[in-house]
Each structure stands twice: as C-alpha cells, then as structure tokens.
Design a protein around this ligand. Structure first.
Ligand SMILES: Nc1ncnc2c1ncn2[C@@H]1O[C@H](COP(=O)(O)OP(=O)(O)OP(=O)(O)O)[C@@H](O)[C@H]1O
Length: 689
C-alpha cells in the first residue's frame, strides 16, 4: 500500500503484490457551498465595550469595558456562567441592542457602520422563528426571492439545492417546517440565512435542545461554514462537551460582565495553569473555566481579567502567553511591540472622531500607517506569521474574489417584497383553512340566526325599534369578528417579523402593506355573505342602491374594526389586547347614537361621538334603510308611530345627517388607524430588542 502523502484529500492507492488490480479510495469530500454568492471576509473587534441598564432608578452595568477580536475563518464560542452577559454581548455585536452601549466596534479595522454591517451579517436566535405552514422548499424560495431577487430563477434554485444538500435537508424539501425535528429546524434557520451568504453569522445557543449527536452535527456545520470562504462564525454556548469544545477555534469567556479568557481553545489549560489554576486531568476544560468563573476554586475573576487585560490580549497558538511576553528581558522586536502597544493604549483612549470614517480611526503615532489589527498583532509578537491570512482578507476587501459590498438595503425592490410577502400570506390563509372555515361558518350561522330572529321586520311600521336593534347588532357583530381575529393572529407573527426584518429580508413598509391587504379579500367575502343573508331575511328595502349603501357601510365598519385590531395587536400582547380592545370599544358603542340620541348627549361628551366609527356605521345603515325619501312602511296594527321613515330619522336625530360624510369619516378613521398600527409596529420592533 502506498499513500501519496499526509493530505487526506489525496487518493490512497492500494496495490496488493499478488494482484494487478488497483483499488483507489477517494476520501469523502467535504460538501461545499459552491454556488452561493462570494462575499468579503470580515474581522470584527470591539474595544472597551460596556452596557448599562437602568433598574429601579439605579444603573446596572452588565458589560464592563470588555474588548475582543473575532476573526474570519474561525468558529468562536462565547462562554460563561449563566448571567455573565453572553447574550448581551452577542446582541450588541449583532446590532440588536444599540441603546445603553459604550465603546467601539470595528469591522475590518474601520469603525463599524451598523447599516452596512447588518447587510453582511445574520443573527440566528435560539428559538428558531420559522413559519410552520411552509415546506422547506417554499421557505427557501421565499428567502431566495427576497434576498437574492436579482438572480435568475435557475440561479436561485441552484443555490437553494446547493445549500440544502450541504446542510443535509435535500431529502426533506417537501416536508412542512412544523414537522421537522429540532436539529432540522436549526439547520433550516441557518439555510435560510445562507441564501445571501453573509460573511458574519451569529448564533445564540445553537445547540440548545439538541441531543449530543445533533449538537456535534450542528457545530461541525458551523465549523465548516467558518472554514469555507472564511466566514466569521460566533456563537454563545453554555457548557459544551470536551468533544464539542475542541471543535471551536477561538474561545471568548465572560464572567460577571468581564473577559476572563480570549484565545485558542487548546491553550486555555496552559493559560489557566500559568495562573496556578491546574485543570485536573480528564476534566473538560470548558467545564473547568466555567467552574473557575463561578468561583468554585476561590475568587480568581480579577486575576484572570487582569491577565487577559479584559479581552485586549488574545492567547494565540504559537505565541507566548501575554504576561511572559512583557518582561524585563525583552528582545528588540518584543520591545518594539511593547512600545507600540503603549502608544496604542493612548490612541484608543482618545479616538479621533473628526476623521473620515472611511479611514481607520485608530493608528499608532509611532507607526502612523499601521491599522490597529496589525499593530495589535505585532504587539502580540505576531511578526508576520499570518501574512497570508491578512493578504487574503485584504484582497477580499479590495474585491479580488468577492462581490462588491452590497449597496442596496434589500435584496429586491420594495414592490417585489410586497408581492412575495402577500403571496406567502395568502398561502398561509389557504393552509390554515380551519380558521377560514370557522370565520365563514360564524358569519353564515349568525347571519341565519339574526335573519330568523328579526324575520321580515324591515318593512313593518310597528317593528321599527326592533329593526334599529338589528342595525346596531350588525355593527356589533362585524366589529367583534374582524377585530378579535386580528388581535389574536397579528402578535403571533411578531417573532418571525422581528427576525426577518432584523436580518434585512424586507422593509417593514412592504411587510405591513402585504399583511394588511392579504386579509381584506376574505373579510370582504365574509361580510358580503353575512349582509346578504340578513338583509333579505329581515326584509330590508329591495332597492339595489340601498343594498349597496348598507353593504358599503358594513364593509367599512369591518375594515375599521380590523384596523383597531391591528393597532392593538401591534402595540400589545394577546392577553392584554384581548381584554383591552373590547373594553376600549364600549364608549364607541355607547356613543353610537343607538342608546342615546345625539342631542341628548351632554355637550362636553359629544366629541366622543365624532370618534365613534360605530356611530358612522350605524348612521350609514340607518340612512340607507330609512333615508333618501323612502316610502311609508306597512302597518299591520291600528296605529304605527314610525310608519313614516322621516319620523324614525327625526327620532334618531339624523334628519340632517349625510351618508357621504359617514363614508368619508369611516375612510378617514380607517387610514388614521392603519398609519397608527404601522407606527406602533415600528416602535415595537425597536423596543422589543
Ligand atoms: N435589559 C435588561 N435589564 C435588566 N437586566 C438585564 C437586561 N439585559 C440583561 N440583563 C441582566 O444582565 C445579565 C446578563 O444577561 P445575559 O442574558 O446576557 O446573560 P447570559 O450570560 O446570556 O445568561 P444565560 O446563559 O443564562 O442566558 C443578567 O443578570 C441579566 O438579568
């Protein structure tokens, strides 16, 4: 047997002496994403990062001036005891949290531009926020249309197939997302973001809820994502097994909001040993550092933070430990590095904010043309060892093997986004037929019930008051059905919206338009069915224009009520919304003109009638029924007080009312509420972070 070297990719040729047969064994090839768009490599560093929150009028410092460096091509783990600040750090690095932070985040040695950064990064949170009603194929297709809409359909399909094949999901293409296992959901979340091939990917606890084998698969996948094309992969992880721990290239450990270790995973034990913290043999180093950080071996946090300079130092393979490098017996290059480092410390503490941000902000005064990373590397004794790495990163930056930095905010126009989201929303409605059937059933059932209850009263002069009750009930029914359905369904969309909008799939405007338009056809159909049933069963005037006016007023009321549902759904959670919306509707019902005629309402309360959309709806249907010179009603008893429709209108104080004004008022309330719902949604997206 002969091998052609140590490289595992080389063929192994078996050539048994007794036979001429040559057996060639090709090792399994690592699956690679060959077709995804090539993107530049991105190194991320942060300097003196702090995060403060206000708690009961006091300030609580969560992150305390931590620094660190996250390199392209590496899989970085952020570890630490519970409450150490891992998720907070991740949220700040992703740009998910911006308020309350201080310090500097650099992207490829330049001050980070958050907007550009968001185009280059993806954040995959712990709870895979996926739409359960789509197959993998459909979900991927939507993501591809939104994120790389400028590519041809064939190109998009090739990219999707490539990603699904790499992530082992190709055989489940037709499976509904709701039917996937935890690990498959996690992989789908990654696959969806990989469509645009972001060079930086953040994962919050990617292994949570997975068995050990799925954990291993997941971390292997992240490792290969980092290695292939030099992505920067950062994830928080609780307490990985020794096998998982070894797979990480870089470890960043936090304790009590400070950095206690930063560097290669395989130098952790050596570093701790230097400080007199001997990791017992056969003990998982990942567990050991957490135990140390938790104080199980005494109070060592301060020592560790000082030793690693709260993340300013980085324990790299092949380099001396930092406290050994800075000694009296420095050689020339080390002394030079030490000087630069001291100069740099001054530069970092006084950033020049007047500089053009396209220029690197931090430069050493002794080596003015050297960006911070190079200075840092020299300071660490990295005398050009990673030249090839830097060269490739620089060439990538210059665009040698990567596409230009994306200039557009989104992958496709807002017009296209609108149609893609609308199509997806309609698909959800088609798939979620239970809700649709329920709504249809409710409108038909209540329609017939009301029709039977108020059977043929519309033209009876003796039953006008009952007929007015019927008109008012219509408003009540249409209001509640259209309002509650939105209050219940809209907040459920919120987590997916939060994820997709944050990862720059689409603009909030396109999403909102699509989502508000998507239910309108259904609401219209249900309303038309209900109104047709009750109108004819209760024997309202058989004149087309009156039916049209009656239906229009009912439709407008249901759309306005839907908008109220949107406002409430956007502004609060389901529990509060379900209680508050009906309660808030009570004044509108009271001041609708049905219970108290307008001139009987005290003047100082009359303004409420102008805000009551129920008033306009009720008035609109009353005018459609009794206005426009309707002939006298039939009277089957000796005296009917309301035989003349004019008397009914006088009683309701609607003689001078105008149907047109009712319609205009309903339209105005509709638009105001839709705008308010949009603003609430925008605010919620910001405050929910
Ligand atoms: N907005 C906030 N208001 C108040 N306290 C906060 C806020 N955000 C974070 N904290 C506190 O900061 C600390 C760190 O929180 P963080 O979620 O980052 O910890 P973690 O290391 O991710 O913990 P775990 O591993 O348990 O998820 C916790 O004590 C948490 O209660």
């Amino acid at each position: 047997m002969s091998t052609t070297g140590n490289n595992i990719n080389e063929s192994i040729i078996l050539n048994p002496r007794s036979s001429d047969i040559k057996v060639q064994i090709e090792p399994a090839q690592q699956k690679r994403l060959a077709h995804v768009i090539k993107r530049e490599k991105v190194d991320l560093s942060f300097h003196d990062l702090s995060f403060t929150v206000k708690q009961q009028k006091k300030e609580k410092i969560i992150l305390k001036d931590v620094s660190g460096r996250l390199r392209s091509g590496e899989l970085t783990a952020i570890m630490g005891p519970s409450g150490a600040g891992k998720s907070t750090l991740l949220n700040i690095l992703t740009g998910y949290i911006t308020n309350g932070t201080n310090g500097h985040i650099m992207m490829n040695e330049r001050e980070r531009n958050l907007s550009k950064f968001r185009k280059l990064s993806a954040y995959i949170r712990q709870d895979n926020q996926l739409h359960g009603n789509l197959t993998i194929d459909e979900a991927m297709s939507v993501a591809a249309k939104l994120k790389i809409g400028d590519k041809s359909k064939e190109d998009r399909e090739t990219i999707i197939a490539d990603i699904l094949d790499t992530l082992g999901l190709i055989d489940h293409r037709k499976t509904m997302t709701s039917g996937l296992s935890g690990g498959q959901k996690k992989r789908l979340s990654i696959a969806l973001e990989l469509v645009s091939n972001p060079p930086i990917m953040f994962f919050d606890e990617p292994t949570s809820g997975l068995d050990s084998s799925s954990c291993f698969q997941c971390i292997s996948l992240l490792k290969s994502l980092a290695r292939d094309q030099g992505r920067t992969i950062i994830c928080t992880i609780h307490q990985p097994s020794a096998r998982l721990f070894e797979m990480f290239d870089h470890l960043y450990t936090l304790a009590d909001g400070q950095c206690v270790y930063q560097g290669s995973t395989n130098r952790l034990v050596e570093f701790l040993g230097q400080l007199g913290l001997q990791c017992p043999s056969y003990h998982n180093p990942a567990s050991y550092i957490i135990e140390v950080a938790c104080g199980e071996y005494g109070e060592h946090t301060r020592t560790l933070v000082n030793a690693i300079k709260n993340g300013k130092d980085d324990i790299r393979d092949g380099l001396p430990l930092p406290q050994l490098a800075i000694t009296d017996g420095l050689n020339n290059s080390e002394k030079y590095a030490h000087d630069i480092k001291n100069t740099l410390a001054v530069a970092i503490s006084k950033p020049d904010w007047n500089k053009d941000i396209s220029e690197p902000v931090y430069r050493s005064t002794t080596t003015p043309n050297l960006p911070i990373s190079v200075v840092d590397d020299i300071a660490k004794g990295d005398n050009g060892k990673d030249d090839s790495e830097k060269a490739s990163a620089n060439s990538a930056l210059l665009g040698d093997d990567s596409e230009q930095m994306p200039t557009k905010r989104y992958g496709t126009s807002e017009f296209n986004q609108f149609f893609i989201i609308l199509k997806r929303a309609l698909l959800f409605s088609r798939r979620d037929w239970t809700l649709m059937y329920l709504r249809l059933f409710a409108h038909i059932l209540v329609g017939f019930l009301i029709g039977a209850l108020y059977w043929q009263i519309g033209n009876d002069g003796n039953k006008v008051l009952s007929n007015l009750g019927f008109l008012f009930f219509n408003m009540l029914f249409l209001m509640y059905t259209s309002m509650t359905i939105t209050i219940l369904s809209f907040p459920l969309e919120m987590p997916v919206l939060l994820k997709e909008h944050f990862n720059r799939w689409y603009s909030l405007r396109s999403y909102y338009f699509a989502i508000t338009v998507s239910d309108m056809p259904f609401q219209t159909i249900f309303c038309v069915i209900y109104v047709t049933i009750v109108y004819f069963m209760t024997d309202q005037p058989r004149e087309l224009f009156r039916f049209g006016m009656f239906l229009s007023a009912c439709l407008l009321v249901s759309f306005v009520a839907q908008s109220v549902g949107l406002v409430v759904g956007a502004a609060m959670n389901v529990q509060n919304g379900v209680f508050l919306a009906p309660v808030m509707s009570v004044p509108f019902l009271l001041f609708s003109g049905f219970f108290v005629s307008f001139d009987a309402i005290p003047i100082y309360l009359r303004w409420i009638t102008y805000l009551s959309y129920i008033r306009y709806g009720f008035e609109g249907t009353a005018l459609a029924t009794y206005g426009f010179d309707r002939v006298k009603l039939k009277c089957f008893v000796s005296y009917c007080h309301f035989k003349s429709p004019q008397i009914t209108l006088e009683e309701l104080d609607m003689v001078n009312s105008s149907y047109l004004i009712d319609v205009v008022a309903l339209l105005a309330i509709f638009f105001v509420l839709r705008i308010a719902a949009f603003l609430f949604l925008k605010w919620k997206l910001k405050t929910n972070r």
